[in-house]
Ligand binder design. Structure first.
Ligand SMILES: Cc1ncc(COP(=O)(O)O)c(C=O)c1O
Length: 370
């Protein structure tokens, strides 16, 4: 008995010593408190959720480490069922990926099976275009309106028999604008007569807008991609999904090595817990809205034009900047987006925590008022 206790003590001491030396604190496992983020630059450049992962997700992910010697097939199917239930769909309407980026690449490969073009707005989220272009798709770019919103009438005019894919990012990255739901519904119905339509709802949970998912029941040429990287705070876990009519997911799934191959056991556990942690989602939304209002007021005071945002980032113009504001931010260890539109010097800014936005606005005030 004595020996057992001594061994237990030894184990406890050893694991605490290990935790201290690696910074891996046991409280990670109960999900109640979090390890302080490592000191480093303020990250206002990748539209991540600064509050995530949710406490419940962290606890579930820590627990899932133990089961990581097994393939997570069953749990991934449970996750697909939970996602499907949210949208009144069945689990065969859901495809999982290691982030929605992986699925954007997969959809590009699918569309490129027949040569042609893809119709997209500009600027929009275009990181995945190179993959599409490498596979032979040409990008037909349609400028946003003056208000930085998708020009749906102009886009639909570009869709023809040569079009393989039409992409709408709603809300749009980098401008943070949304398109009217009824207009988008009409657009999807019209464009999908000719081509596959892909709607990217990565940031929809920051808004009150409904998903287009109900259209999937009757539309076999619509795909919606969504992610756990944004409001759910799991960007580093790499997990996202696509929703489509089961006949279409079956065809898309043939380009995956096997269904459920992408996300890890840890990511799946985090995603399931995140879906159930509605308190975390609403508090992220509230804190983001308040830090965003604070930032918008500071931009206004500094005389910088910006597009009123619906999401966790802002689109603002530095055309009036006589100095080099972006460099000044970099000097203060604040990372922000580069110029998206060179001519009018529009750039993107992610909304961080209130404390992070105070740091940003201090540099802003100093730069533009002195
Ligand atoms: C509009 C949009 N779609 C998709 C993604 C890809 O996200 P992930 O691959 O992390 O799911 C991003 C990332 O910033 C994005 O802004």
């Amino acid at each position: 008995m004595k020996q057992v206790i001594a061994r237990r003590d030894w184990l406890k001491q050893t694991s605490l010593a290990l935790a201290a030396s690696t910074g891996f604190i046991p409280s990670l496992f109960n999900g109640e408190s979090r390890t302080p983020p490592p000191a480093g630059p303020i990250r206002l450049h990748a539209n991540e959720n600064p509050y995530g992962p949710s406490p419940q997700a962290r606890a579930a992910m820590a627990a899932a480490i133990t089961a990581s010697n097994r393939y997570p097939w069953d749990q991934t199917t449970v996750l697909r069922e939970k996602i499907a239930a949210r949208y009144g769909l069945t689990q065969d309407a859901v495809l999982m990926g290691a982030g929605s980026s992986e699925l954007l690449g997969l959809i590009a490969s699918f569309a490129a099976l027949k040569p042609g073009n893809m119709v997209c707005a500009t600027p929009t989220f275009n990181l995945w275009w190179t993959a599409a272009q490498q596979q032979g798709l040409q990008v037909a770019e349609v400028p946003l309106t003056a208000e930085k919103v998708h020009d749906l009438p102009a886009m639909v005019q570009q869709v023809n028999t040569n079009t393989r894919l039409v992409y709408v990012c709603n809300p749009n990255n980098p401008t943070g604008t949304i398109v009217d739901h009824a207009a988008l519904t009409r657009f999807v119905t019209a464009a999908s007569q000719q081509a596959l339509v892909l709607v990217d709802e990565a940031y929809l949970e920051y808004t009150d807008e409904p998903s287009l998912a109900p259209l999937l029941l009757n539309n076999k040429r619509l795909i919606i991609v969504k992610t756990f990287s944004k409001i759910y705070g799991l960007a580093g876990a790499r997990i996202g999904y696509a929703l489509a009519h089961p006949e279409l997911t079956q065809q898309l799934g043939r380009l995956q090595p096997w269904i459920n191959a992408g996300p890890s056991a840890v990511s799946v556990a985090g995603a399931i817990a995140s879906l159930e942690d509605s308190g975390f989602v609403s508090s992220s939304r509230q804190q983001n809205a308040s830090a965003r209002a604070f930032t918008e007021a500071a931009l206004k005071k500094a005389g910088l034009p910006f597009i009123p945002s619906n999401v966790n980032f802002l689109y603002y113009s530095l055309q009036s900047d006589q100095g080099n504001f972006l460099q000044k931010l970099a000097d203060h260890q604040i990372r922000v987006g580069k110029f998206v539109e060179e001519k009018a010097r529009w750039a993107r800014l992610t909304i961080g925590t209130q404390a992070e936005m105070v740091s940003f606005t201090q540099v802003l005030q100093q730069h533009f008022t002195t």
